[in-house]
Design a protein around this ligand. Structure first.
Ligand SMILES: C[S@@+](CC[C@H](N)C(=O)[O-])C[C@H]1O[C@@H](n2cnc3c(N)ncnc32)[C@H](O)[C@@H]1O
Length: 263
């Protein structure tokens, strides 16, 4: 059968051409979307976000339950290395609700949180550890595990915020690299604020040594559980995958876990 050559193919009619162009534009959009999606899926921050999303959140109210801690909080302009005021509020509320007799903070920096912890626990001993004052990255003989935050290490005046204040009498400042420091120098704490080096290896080292110190019976808070600190996110996810009910505090880069018995 012969085709009638006077009938133009659909693609050559004005409607057909318009439909064809619309289809082509749509296909391009789909292909662009797929490419961008693939790029995003392969980007490290996408992976971290996915890992973060797998860690459930818990509200501060739920952590506190029926407890209504009264805290003293200093609110001021945020400076790098310290806690944002709303994060300090959460940390101090949990601290006061738990009422530990001994606390260990990993990473003193200027001592903002150290001081506030001491102010809020009027009889407790606050242990805090930071690298030796004369630590220099260039002279680091290496502990075999990678560090980070060299800008903070350089700019710190360890304990500046509590020095000379009455609470300083209950603060035990320790100096050492937590990879080699003897954690038993910190006594018998059962409340831990882990905020030293934020690499996966250090976060693991510090958390496991704190765990040993309290035999798994303690309250743990990790700072910087966010996209900017993939090593911390990876470690806390692992901690959770061990069956420990670690959660992120709603709206904050802080993870919370309370171990009640040896696990
Ligand atoms: C983010 S700052 C701590 C902030 C402090 N916790 C606060 O809330 O104000 C991290 C601190 O960890 C210290 N640090 C880093 N690596 C360390 C290590 N391997 N051992 C001990 N301290 C370390 C740094 O010198 C720095 O002062």
């Amino acid at each position: 059968m012969e085709l009638n050559s006077s009938i133009a193919p659909v693609s050559e009619t004005p409607q057909g051409l318009a439909a064809y162009r619309r289809l082509r534009a749509f296909a391009r959009c789909v292909m662009d979307g797929i490419t961008k999606g693939r790029e995003a899926a392969l980007s490290p921050s996408f992976e971290v976000d996915r890992e973060l999303a797998r860690i459930p959140e818990i509200s501060l109210e739920r952590i506190l339950g029926d407890r209504w801690p009264e805290i003293k909080l200093t609110v001021g302009r945020y400076r790098p290395g310290m806690l944002h005021s709303e994060q300090a509020m959460a940390v101090l509320s949990i601290l006061v609700a738990e009422g530990p007799k001994e606390v260990l903070e990993i990473g003193t920096y200027m001592g903002n949180t150290t001081r506030q912890m001491a102010e809020n626990l009027p009889t407790a001993i606050i242990h805090t550890v930071d690298l030796p004052v004369d630590y220099a990255a260039e002279k680091d003989e290496g502990t075999g595990i990678p560090k980070d935050d060299f800008h903070l290490i350089k700019s710190r005046v360890v304990g500046r915020e509590y020095l000379g204040r009455p609470e300083a009498a209950r603060i035990r400042q320790h100096f050492g690299d937590t990879a080699t420091w003897d954690f038993t120098n910190a006594g018998r704490p059962d409340f831990f604020f882990i905020d030293g080096s934020h690499t996966y290896e250090y976060c693991k080292n510090d958390s496991e040594k704190c765990y040993e110190l309290c035999n798994g019976c303690g309250t743990f808070l990790w700072h910087d559980v966010d996209r900017g600190h993939p090593g911390v996110v990876r470690f806390v996810s692992e901690w959770r995958s061990l069956g420990r009910d670690l959660m992120r505090i709603e709206g904050m880069p802080i993870a919370y876990w309370k171990g009640a018995a040896v696990q």
